[in-house]
Write a protein that binds this ligand. Structure first.
Ligand SMILES: [Fe+2]
Length: 273
């Protein structure tokens, strides 16, 4: 909603502008002297100010100067009773957007407001979009940092087998994903980056697998296999703790399932996976 501030010591002018603009859907704030006007600009950030130059305390020119220090995009329309060329010249030098001489037409003022505020709203939108983009970039950096930290943990567990195995898995997966995308597979809306990060981290649950089982040279006993089969669930539980990695947790949980149902932990089959 467009925010207007009417700064005028004449109660009549304030009430007139307030009722006219409120009826037309604007959010209108009032200030009866310079100090009030400045504090409203600082706290409420109006898009446009109707500013009377002759007010008690801080006068309109001081308010103009101060207002632009607080918000350089603010639009200020001077309302003046006298056509004093010198004062108007000074006001424009201090950044006044425009001026109107009393008595004025309310319809004309409305057109002025709409014309001036649309640029200001566009700038607001652009600034918010830029801020949002920066936050998303920051978040992406954090996610990538977490993925690479976990990947480092995996490579520390067993630099000879697990790390090499992981790099190969990612390489093959990238090729398979590209082929399946060509055939129109959407992977439930997951991006390649998320899919490959999930594959990169697929064995993260091996952090909890005892080393004597992980590195046992001979075949595993039934009891040892039971423990080994726990690693997809453990890995998924680790990643589920982090909001940005939840999608990857699904890949980790189901990476040992097999199309014919012989995999683990849930023995899912075909399309169920
Ligand atoms: Fe695995």
């Amino acid at each position: 909603m467009v925010k207007l501030l009417v700064a005028d010591d004449e109660q009549k002018i304030c009430r007139l502008l307030e009722s006219f603009f409120v009826e037309r859907g604007f959010n209108v704030m009032l200030a009866h002297d310079g100090k009030e006007a400045i504090s409203c600009i600082r706290n409420e950030r109006p898009h446009l100010v109707f500013l009377d130059l002759h007010m008690p305390g801080l006068n309109g020119l001081d308010v103009l100067k101060e207002a632009h220090l607080v918000d350089e995009t603010i639009k200020i329309i001077i309302i003046t009773a006298i056509e004093d060329e010198e004062t108007i010249r000074k006001a424009k030098l201090l950044g006044a957007t425009d001026y109107v001489i009393k008595p004025f037409s309310l319809e004309y003022l409305k057109e002025e407001v709409l014309a001036k505020v649309s640029t200001s709203l566009y700038e607001d939108l652009r600034t918010s979009n830029e801020k949002l983009k920066r936050s998303l970039d920051d978040l992406r950096q954090v996610t990538r940092g977490l993925v690479s930290a976990f990947s480092m943990v995996i490579s520390k567990i067993d630099p000879h087998y697990t790390h090499e195995h992981v790099s190969r898995s990612v390489e093959y997966a990238a090729k398979i994903i590209a082929k399946l995308r060509q055939r129109g597979m959407l992977f439930n809306g997951m991006s390649d980056e998320v899919l490959l990060a999930g594959i990169l981290l697929h064995d993260v649950g091996k952090i909890f697998t005892p080393k004597e089982i992980l590195f046992k040279p001979g075949p595993l006993s039934d009891e040892e296999w039971k423990i080994m089969r726990q690693h997809p669930v453990d890995g998924a539980e680790i990643l589920e703790q982090i909001a940005g990695l939840k999608e990857m947790a699904k890949i980790v949980r189901y990476h040992q399932e097999a199309y014919d149902g012989s995999g683990y932990p849930d023995g899912l089959k075909g399309e169920e996976i």
